[in-house]
Design a protein around this ligand. Structure first.
Ligand SMILES: [Zn+2]
Length: 131
C-alpha cells in the first residue's frame, strides 16, 4: 500500500506527459504583446504550457460531462514573454490558450478518473487482504 499508491500516481503522470507531448507536439500558440500589440506564434516548448511560471488568467469552471468532472476554462491567459518590438519581456496574452486547455482537459480527465477508480478498487482489495 505504501509503495503501490505513489507508484501508480507516477505511472499515471508519466502516461499523461507522453500523451500530451504526442497530441500537442505541433500546437501553435498566438501571443500578443499587451504593450505594443505585436503578435507572434510560438510552439508548445516555448510556452512551457504546464510549467509553474508566473502567469495571469481569468477562468470560469466548465463541465465536460464526465462523472460531473469540471475543469478550468480560460477566457484570458497571459504570461511574460520577450517582445521583439519592445525589446524586453512584457505581459503577452496567449490568444488560443482556452481552446488548447480545453483539449488538454478532455485528454487528461478520462485518464485521471479511471486512475482514481483503479486506486479506490485497489485500496479496497488491499484493506480486505492486509497481508
Ligand atoms: Zn511589445
Amino acid at each position: 500500500m505504501m509503495i503501490w499508491v505513489p507508484a501508480n500516481m507516477i505511472y499515471t503522470f508519466k502516461k499523461i506527459i507522453t500523451m500530451r507531448n504526442e497530441k500537442f507536439k505541433d500546437t501553435i500558440f498566438t501571443i500578443k504583446c499587451e504593450k505594443c500589440g505585436n503578435e507572434k506564434q510560438i510552439g508548445m516548448k516555448d510556452i512551457n504550457y504546464f510549467g509553474f511560471h508566473k502567469s495571469k488568467s481569468t477562468t470560469v469552471s466548465a463541465n465536460i460531462g464526465l462523472v460531473g468532472a469540471s475543469y478550468t476554462k480560460y477566457s484570458y491567459f497571459a504570461k511574460k514573454f520577450y517582445c521583439d518590438k519592445c525589446g524586453k519581456k512584457t505581459w503577452q496574452e496567449v490568444e488560443n490558450y482556452g481552446v488548447i486547455a480545453e483539449e488538454y482537459a478532455k485528454l487528461v480527465y478520462p485518464i485521471i478518473i479511471k486512475q482514481l477508480i483503479i486506486l479506490a478498487v485497489g485500496s479496497t482489495i488491499i484493506s480486505i487482504f492486509p497481508n
